[in-house]
Every structure is written in C-alpha cells, then in structure tokens.
Design a protein around this ligand. Structure first.
Ligand code: ME8
Length: 507
C-alpha cells in the first residue's frame, strides 16, 4: 500500500457563502483523511476556494464591490467553515494566491508546448452559473424557445475569439484509461455516464475568454483570461507545488490522489482534467468519486427557493458531531438523499443518545460508582468475550477496504453493529444483578464493556472526532494522535473520570 495519500474536496466558488452541500463534501473528505492518518498513512487533505471567472465577476458587480474584495470576504467564510466543521485539512488554497497563479500558467504552457492549444472563434452556449460550455443537444428548449441547462440554469449565446484545447485528440486515450482502470471513476453508474459522454464524441474545448477580465491572464496573450475550470483544476497539484516544480518534496503525494466531488462537476474532473494532465505529461489522479445530491425536505436546494441550509445555524441548533454523523450515515455515499429535520432528530435520538450514549453512560457510571473509578482487570474473560473484543481488530482489513472504496455508510453500519452487540452483551449479562452476588463476574462484564467502548471511541474518530476524544478522555486517554494501534491498549486497572452524558435527546 502506498504510504502517502492526497485527498481533495472541490475548491468552492466564492460568489456566495457556504451551504450544507459544501459542508457535506468536506465532512466526507475529512472522514477519509482522518481514517487514513489513523491507519498510519501519511495524508494531505486539501480544500479551498475558486475565485476567478465571470460568475464571481458578476456577483461582485451585483454587490457593487471589487471582485477581490468579494473573494476575500467569502473565502474567509469557507475558511471559517473548516474550523466549524472540525476539518483536519492540511492546506486551504485560494486561486488568487501567487503559488496557484504560477502553477496554472505553467500548466497552460505545458499544453501549449505539446501543441494542444490553438486560437479560433467560439460560437455557442455558455452557462455562467456552471461556468460550462454546452452543445445545443444537451440543453432543454423552453416554451418561449430559449434554452436552459438540465439543472434549470440559464445559458447565453457567446461568440468570441478563444483559445481551444484539443480535447477530441484524447478520446481514445480517455476510453483506454477508463477501461484499464475500472475504479478510476466511482460509483460505477457515474463511470458509465462518463464513458457514454466520451463515446458520444468530444469536441475541442474553449479554454479562454476575452469579454471580461477577472481571471488569470493567458501567458503571452494578455487579452485572454484562462477558462476558470482549467485554472481551478490545477489548484490540486498546485497545492503540492507539483506543476511548477515537480521536485517539490510534497509532489510525491500526487501519485496517490483521490478527488471527492459532487456529481454536478463530474465531466470537468473525469474528462477535461485527465485530458489536460495527459497533454501535460503529468501523472493522473487515482480516483474521482462523485457523490450524490442533497435535497431539503424533498425540494431541490436553491437560493431562489429560499431553502438553502446554513451549516453554521444547523450545527448551533443540533451540535457538530450530530450533524457530521447524520450526513455521513443517512445516505449511501454516491446516492442522492434528503435532509429532513425529522430524520435528523430520529438519528440523534436512536443511534447517538440511545445506542452509543446510553452504552457509555450506564456501563462506565457503574465503574465510577462500584469500582472506585478503576476499570476492573481482564483476568477472567472467556473465549466468546475474547472473540468479541478482537472483532474490530480482525475486521480492520475490511473496514480499510470500505474506506478505500469510499463506502463510508457501510463503515458506519459495521461500527454500529458492534455498538448493538455491546448493548446486547451488557443487557444479557445484567451486571446490576451481579454487583453484590458475583463480584468476579460483575467486574468481568464491566471490563469487557469498557474495553469495547474504548475501541468504538477509536473507530468513530473519523466520523465524530470530538465525541471520540470525549470518550477516550473518560479513560484519561488524551492522545495527540489517534491511531488504530490503540485498539490493543490494555485499560485494566486504569482510572476513569466521572461520566457526562454525550448526546442529549432532542424533541
Ligand atoms: O463547482 N448536495 O464549486 P461550487 C451535495 N468551483 N453536494 C453539494 C450540493 C448539494 N445540494 N451543492 C453543492 C464548483 N455541493 C467549482 C469546483 S473544483 C476544481 C471547482 C457540493 O461552489 C458538491 O461537492 O459550485 C459540489 O460538487 C460542489 O459543492 C460544488 O461547489
């Protein structure tokens, strides 16, 4: 297994403030980064903001501010969100930073040197909200004979001089890439979509605009602004210093890269991006994973409907780890899902308060009350208890595989199976009936339950880092770095603190 790993979220547009969709991608990416680090893999997790192009320029005009001042204001909101969500990102890149601008220009020059850029005229449809060029056949004709994108956004007809990238030249190489690397695009359904898009025929891609000026100037032709997607995609390797200087000590991470994105930006990542990299003779990422789309109480989330969910507000109301858990648990990563307050409350009460919270509360409180706050020793555990306590460690290869396949939901289900089993064990053993009659058995039940709680606390770290730390702190395990090696740490005879409830029920 490679010992270096690079994982990215999309870099988000700063035309507006963050919403729950952005929070979702970032939390899921954080989950994977934390699990990798906990498993001993040297990991870099990147997020950031996408600050150039017509969409940002128009938003700035609407707000009567300079584009850079809008970027500074909204990028700061995305940066603040990394704190609010307790993300473990190592870097936050802004496309207005010099390190990025230099890298984007370097990429342009590589495509140019390879003979893949030519000057021509672009005539066609453009969606500013998606920053994407559309063929008429991919648009929907409205009653008034104008067109819209499949997501309902407006398009405008543009005719201007433009540089083009020879995308069509890469069709066969792209199809070969998908064929030889069946897991390059996941989930499978998304991979099929991309393959049929490429098989449908690729046209060369317009990669510059010259009717506005907010962006990176094309090297050697200052009239043109680089297409914002060519600019933005290069932010990933730019963060590692890979394009401008592939000898950078960070560039060794690039060969094991996973991009986590939403399904809306799959074509840019799975078609344009590998084609640019092939042309530039740079290595390709290992995986593009496109997750699904959240709706709000059954409706599409949109500013015009006034139903966007502010992650900061919802976290204030329900708690960070509750929201992290809900978003990761509620839907299969890759499928669409619905955000509803009823579903959120029910997850908090059933999975967190009842299953996990009560398990910790009632068993550990018994240790505080009846064992002088010292975990009993493991002398008397029987074979079936031994099997139970080694279950997580034995299942680690499968859990790792689930994370490697971005199957976050099934990882969580497996941990909750262990929680259910622990609750069943505790209920069946009825330690409250043993405390006076059979102290030896009583102590044994409390040891087994405390040990499995410690293991659960480690495994939920990528999902709910704060809760994980709170539980480990009950055992005075305040580690700087949570590692799966702690699964084997013997907690017999160790002190525990007074236990505080983890998840209050919500009405
Ligand atoms: O596309 N459900 O930025 P963006 C789930 N700057 N995820 C959602 C969502 C929803 N309803 N809404 C948004 C861009 N997302 C470009 C990316 S990368 C080189 C450039 C998430 O601010 C999802 O990850 O429009 C989606 O792909 C991303 O936000 C789009 O963010």
């Amino acid at each position: 297994m490679p010992d270096k790993f690079f994982i990215t979220t999309p870099i988000y547009y700063v035309n507006d403030i963050p919403h729950i969709g952005h929070a979702y991608t970032s939390i899921a990416t954080d989950f994977i980064a934390r699990f990798k680090r906990m498993s001993g893999i040297d990991t870099i997790f990147l997020t950031g903001t996408d600050e150039h192009g017509q969409k940002i320029q128009k938003a700035a005009e609407k707000n009567s501010v300079e584009p850079l001042s809008l970027c500074n204001k909204n990028s700061a909101k995305f940066l603040e969100l990394t704190e609010v969500l307790n993300l473990s990102n190592d870097d936050f890149i802004r496309t207005t930073e010099k390190r990025h601008v230099d890298g984007a220009k370097s990429l342009w020059n590589k495509l140019m040197d390879n003979g893949d850029i030519y000057l021509d005229n672009y005539k066609g449809w453009y969606s500013v909200s998606d920053e994407t060029f559309y063929n008429e056949k991919d648009l929907i004709k409205k009653n008034d004979n104008t067109f819209k994108t499949i997501t309902g956004g407006p398009v405008e007809w543009i005719e201007e001089e433009s540089y083009f990238f020879k995308l069509s030249k890469y069709s066969d190489q792209l199809l070969k890439l998908y064929d030889e690397n069946p897991d390059f695009i996941l989930p499978k359904s998304r991979r099929n979509e991309v393959i049929s898009f490429v098989k449908g025929g690729l046209r060369d891609l317009s990669i510059s605009r010259n009717t506005f000026d907010w962006g990176i100037k094309v090297p050697n032709d200052q009239k043109h602004i680089m297409y914002v997607w060519l600019d933005a995609l290069s932010s990933y390797p730019n963060s590692l210093g890979y394009i401008s200087n592939n000898k950078s000590k960070l560039s060794s991470y690039w060969s094991n890269t996973v991009h986590i994105i939403g399904k809306d930006i799959l074509r840019h990542h799975a078609v344009y991006w590998p084609a640019f990299l092939l042309s530039a003779k740079l290595e390709l990422p290992k995986r593009i994973f496109a997750h699904g789309w959240w709706t709000n109480e059954g409706n599409k989330i949109s500013k015009s409907l006034g139903n966007t969910i502010d992650p900061i507000e919802i976290i204030d109301q329900f708690g960070l780890d509750q929201i992290r858990y809900f978003l990761l648990r509620e839907i299969t990563f890759g499928s669409d899902g619905d955000f509803s307050i009823e579903a959120l409350k029910s997850r908090i009460n059933a999975d967190l308060s009842n299953d996990l919270g009560n398990l910790c509360q009632r068993s550990l409180t018994m240790i505080v009350k009846h064992c002088n706050s010292v975990v009993p020793n493991s002398k008397n555990i029987n074979d079936s208890e031994k099997i139970f306590l080694s279950k997580i460690a034995n299942d680690l290869p499968n859990l790792s595989l689930l994370v490697d396949n971005q199957d976050i939901n099934n990882y969580i289900k497996k941990i909750w199976d262990v929680i259910s089993e622990a609750n069943k064990y505790f209920n069946d053993q009825k330690p409250w009936e043993l405390k006076d009659s059979n102290k030896k058995l009583f102590n044994n039940v409390l040891f087994v339950t405390a040990d499995i709680i410690k293991q659960i606390a480690i495994m939920i770290n990528p999902i709910m880092p704060e809760t994980s730390e709170k539980i480990l702190n009950f055992f005075y395990m305040s580690e700087d770095h949570i590692s799966i090696d702690l699964l084997n740490k013997d907690i017999s005879n160790s002190k525990i603190t007074d236990i505080k409830p983890l998840f209050p029920r919500v009405e």
